[in-house]
Design a protein around this ligand. Sequence first.
Ligand code: ADP
Ligand code: MG
Length: 242
Amino acid sequence: MDKVKVTGLKKSYGSNEVLKGIDMEVREGEVVCVIGPSGSGKSTFLRCLNLLEEITAGKVVVDDHDLSDKKSDINKIRENIGMVFQHFNLFPHKTVLQNITFAPVELKKQTKAEAEKTAMGLLERVGLSDKANAFPASLSGGQKQRVAIARALAMNPDVMLFDEPTSALDPEMVGEVLGVMQDLAREGMTMIIVTHEMGFAREVGNRVIFMDGGYIVEEGTPEEVFGNPKHERTISFLEKVL
Ligand code: ADP
Ligand code: MG
């Protein structure tokens, strides 16, 4: 079953067409890694998948809900799509626990006690049980990103989107975040991950998509894309990053 289906997606900022017609689908439980040069439209693409950007043309369907249909309840749909950003985007004036319980209590009408119980379970999962009452400023980058992942999971999403989740981290912290993502993948979470971690994409991704200039230029299994890239632009990109 397709969790995400994108057809003819275009996005322009003024006269600058950034996405020029994207077609792709993601099946339930699939881990899709998106790679490509800076400015190729990767972040814009992810942001269109939960309508952080208004779609210029085309169709985005998540869980059988049409995001491009003006009549859809976008906020309800968005609750089922978790997003993790490069720069964590935690609430600085809330504790770790409050960061995680805020949306479930506000949006899902969970009681505070229920939300805190869930949050403690999630903190355990990401290895941060002892940080529940800490403020984000006292955490390392890797810890902040693990909190951000726990926060997204607290809404019990069907799909998780990651936009370069390890790009802002010191090298020694990359592994702890990728480890949490790898666990999620093993548990069957449907994930779309923009990343420069080619080793991770190769090992954890079921499929790799190479974007350039607002198009999907090439896609396939990690073995196909990394081992035997077909398009000249994929080959020259991989030569630079591998
Ligand atoms: P990537 O994530 O692959 O580096 P982006 O999706 O961030 O690429 O950007 C693709 C292009 O879209 C860039 O040329 C960028 O300048 C442009 N762009 C992105 N966001 C905006 C915006 N909010 N307003 C105008 N142009 C934007
Ligand atoms: Mg980007």
